[in-house]
Design a binder for this molecule. Structure first.
Ligand code: NAD
Ligand code: UD1
Length: 339
């Protein structure tokens, strides 16, 4: 199978590339490196022990996309490329709408031109209305609370409409919950620029000593210990969901949506304890007020993915913490660490 991967050098893209290449797929990574490093792709090649086609390009550049896709002639596309910082999306809404939505439209148009009609799309649990009861099923009403979340909601609708109008097309929209973790080798992982916003990257910087303490954003939520609870999913499981989705769309028609999570919620304090136990590092923390825009709990009902895709998450929280720490220790400066 020939798979065109937008955003292949990113956190989730790089882990998915390794699994695809190990399965013998012919893969092209199309990325402009606005939030990643080409170094990730060198490591992907080494880990997969196989070669990979690489094109540096922007999804908002239809000419470059058409040249890359026209030459490669993919059977399917996995569309990871997008901007993903919730806070930044409030400050730069037009940048987010242009990059994520206009870029996705350009991608679908080029797919039409070259006759490729199968796509797996990276959506997010942030599309759900956080006030609805959890666990969220794919039918839980949507109401994104951020500009970033709205870009995902709009792209989902665009893909559904495109699929309805495109005979023979098939699309899988994957709504990821909270992706964390790193490849077991410690060679690829999440490499946020500057101070991390997300919990596990922040915890591992505190354990490393480069940040003083974790601020726990609120202990007044209706959860087991009062701190926010999330459905964390290991990036290796998440990568596997893309392989299952590719297999599914190869034989399906229309557009289907899947929650990609574990079905288990972990609180902030439980995550700190799990990290300390898994790594034997201490994580100093201080409870502060809630972070603006945060919700108490998000957790998936992932049973549709299991029934339809035959996919289920396997890694537990301890494995997630261990792999993040392994990546952190081996790469204290992320991909800027000399090997
Ligand atoms: P990431 O930033 O590590 O990877 C995204 C990749 O897309 C980067 O390599 C970036 O350089 C590239 N990119 C961005 N805009 C581009 C453009 N215009 N043209 C070409 N390349 C471009 O993010 P990630 O965590 O790997 O996330 C991948 C996808 O999954 C994103 O669409 C993100 O919104 C979605 N998602 C991520 C999370 C998460 O917590 N990581 C959760 C839900 C959904
Ligand atoms: C955030 C994004 C969401 C995105 C997700 C990706 C916001 C409002 N939402 O969600 O759109 O899909 O990341 O994984 O940014 N926490 C602390 N201290 C910290 C960091 C986090 O206590 O320094 C807590 C949070 O309050 C939350 C939990 O840890 O309860 C997880 O936070 P985070 O990793 O940022 O994920 P989300 O809030 O789910």
């Amino acid at each position: 199978m020939r798979v065109f991967v937008t955003g292949g050098a990113g956190f989730i893209g790089s882990h998915t590339l390794v699994q695809l290449m190990r399965k013998g797929a012919d893969v092209l990574s199309y990325d402009n490196y606005c939030n990643s490093s080409p170094e990730a792709l060198s490591r992907v090649k080494r880990l997969a022990q196989s070669d990979l086609a690489i094109v540096e390009g922007d999804i908002c550049d239809p000419g470059a996309l058409e040249r890359a896709m026209g030459d490669f002639k993919p059977d399917a596309v996995i569309h990871f490329a997008g901007l993903k910082a919730v806070g930044e999306s409030a400050e730069k809404p037009l940048t987010y709408y242009k990059n994520n939505i206009a870029g996705s439209i350009a991608l679908l148009e080029v797919m039409n031109k070259i006759g490729c009609s199968k796509i797996v799309f990276s959506s997010s649990a942030t599309v759900y209305d956080p006030d609805k009861p959890f666990p969220f099923t794919e039918d839980t009403p949507l109401k994104a609370a951020s500009t970033y979340g709205r870009t995902k909601h709009f792209i989902e609708d665009i893909i559904r409409d495109w699929s309805a109008a495109t005979p023979g097309s098939s699309a899988a929209v994957l709504r990821y919950f909270n992706p964390v973790g790193a490849h077991a080798s410690g060679d690829i992982g999440e490499d946020p620029v500057g101070i991390p916003n997300n919990l596990l990257p922040y915890i591992s910087r505190v354990a490393q000593g480069s940040l003083k303490e974790l601020q726990v954003f609120g202990d007044c939520y209706d959860t087991a210990d009062g701190t926010g609870a999330r459905d964390y999913i290991h990036v290796e499981d998440l990568a596997g969901a893309h392989l299952a989705a590719l297999e599914y769309i190869a034989g399906a028609k229309g557009c289907e949506t899947f929650n990609i999570g574990t079905g288990t919620a972990t609180t902030v304090l439980a995550m700190i304890r799990a990290f300390e136990a898994a790594t034997e590092q201490s994580v100093p923390y201080r409870i502060t007020g809630p972070r603006a825009g945060d919700v108490s709990t998000t957790v998936a009902n992932p049973s549709k993915a299991e029934q339809v895709l035959g996919w289920k998450a396997e890694h537990d929280i301890e494995a997630m913490c261990r792999s993040v720490w392994n990546w952190q220790v081996r790469n204290p400066n992320g991909y800027r660490t000399p090997e």
